[in-house]
Design a protein around this ligand. Structure first.
Ligand code: ZN
Length: 420
């Protein structure tokens, strides 16, 4: 491990926390994999009980040392993603080296028969460059971008604990949940899946919440707010702390299942879904001066009707007409830079033809369009517009369980410390 990386790691923890961390590693890992595997397989069993397939990003060097464990878990329906070739800060490496590591990691997974198409950078440290590398290496998705739920109340913690919490959020460069939609994003056919924090490391180690009711309370509020915003809630729970969050996880999964309107999915399932949703093309027919939506049968999910920022119909299943084509007009000049944002939003759009017939015209004088600006434009339009629902089968929001696997036994930790 490079000196700068060690310094960076220590800066996010005070010295007493470094000692506590070392002690907890010895408590949760043994010289053999048994201790870790008990937690891992119990967590898998719990997820499968609630019919959700967990996704574990795992460092390829760890797969190489324990391939049989991952094969056994995969046979149970578990999904794996790559968590680096080694557990290092990839923002510190040149792109050429990052690409080599990303490729070697896939080779190791393939060699041992572990399927993978996704990636999560260690320490959630990434940037646009190294995410671009993943696209070129053949990965389908990345889940390294952290979105922090802002409901943790500062007054419940002393200043030392709170400062420590802020330090770790800074290293994640987390986006605030209140400022974003927290949805997948597709760009050049590559999917970005934002992971939600606080995770178990923050809740248990940094905020020192040891009882399950306090953890349940926070996770429940996170679930509720993601539900209200119809957004994506990817839990990040490391299997080695399973005993500490077991009850909280069960409470959340039970609630999600009982509600019936939360899609419980794996990261591969969400990535495939978002790709399929973005490929849907709205087709309209002009009949007796009214616009009708054609080819309703192949729609991937519910269609919603929006007007002046309000959803007036969800689950559009009947024949429907409008004076204007209920779509956003996108001309040839705007197509290149704006189309991926529009597709990601799910709003109906038309390209190049009959632009004046469309309900919404995009302004000419805007250099970059964001999903927030797009919402604002649609909100200010009095005409009806169609939108694809975010989730399949009438589900209102989505939850996924992920948990990074950095090592299975103490030997893995020693090798990680040595930078292997
Ligand atoms: Zn990790």
């Amino acid at each position: 491990m490079r000196i700068q990386q060690i310094v960076k790691r220590i800066r996010t923890r005070s010295f007493d926390r470094v000692f506590l961390r070392v002690r907890s590693i010895f408590q949760r890992y043994g010289f053999k994999p048994n201790r870790y595997c008990t937690n891992l397989f119990e967590m898998i069993e719990l997820c499968l009980k609630y019919k959700i397939h967990p996704t574990f990003p795992v460092t390829a060097s760890v797969v190489k040392r324990h391939p049989e464990i991952f094969k056994e878990a995969q046979d149970l329906g578990v999904e794996f993603a790559v968590h680096g070739l080694k557990h290092i800060d990839y923002t510190q490496l040149p792109d050429r080296d990052v690409m080599q590591h990303a490729q070697k990691a896939i080779d190791i997974f393939n060699l041992h028969g572990i399927n993978t198409c996704g990636f999560r950078y260690p320490y959630l440290r990434s940037n646009a460059h190294i995410v671009e590398v993943l696209k070129c290496t053949g990965y389908s998705w990345d889940s390294s971008n952290a979105i922090v739920w802002t409901g943790v109340k500062q007054e419940q913690f002393n200043s030392k604990i709170w400062d420590n919490y802020q330090n770790i959020l800074n290293t994640y460069e987390a986006t605030k949940f209140c400022n974003t939609k927290c949805l997948p994003e597709i760009n050049d056919n590559f999917i970005h899946l934002p992971v939600s924090v606080p995770d178990d490391d923050i809740l248990i180690e940094r905020l020192e919440l040891k009882d399950n009711s306090a953890i349940t309370n926070i996770l429940y509020q996170m679930l509720e707010e993601h539900y209200k915003k119809e957004s994506l809630f990817i839990l990040q729970l490391h299997p080695e702390r399973f005993v500490y969050f077991k009850t909280a996880l069960e409470n959340i999964l039970k609630e999600a299942m009982n509600r019936g309107t939360i899609w419980m999915a794996s990261l591969n399932e969400i990535s495939s879904w978002w790709k399929k949703r973005s490929e849907f093309r709205f087709k309209f027919e002009n009949a007796a001066q009214n616009w009708e939506l054609a080819n309703m049968s192949d729609k991937p999910c519910n269609l919603e009707v929006w007007q002046a920022g309000e959803r007036i119909v969800s689950d559009l299943s009947h024949k429907w007409t409008a004076n204007y084509m209920p779509a956003i007009a996108v001309n040839a000049n705007q197509k290149e830079q704006w189309l991926s944002t529009i597709k990601n939003s799910g709003y109906s759009y038309i390209l190049d033809t009959n632009l004046n017939d469309a309900a919404v015209q995009l302004p000419e004088n805007v250099s970059k369009i964001t999903s927030e600006l797009l919402d604002e434009i649609v909100k200010n339009s009095s005409e009806k517009i169609l939108k694809l629902a975010n989730w399949p089968s009438g589900k209102k929001s989505c939850i996924a369980v992920s948990g990074d696997i950095d090592g299975i036994d103490l030997i893995d930790f020693w090798e990680r410390f040595r930078g292997n």
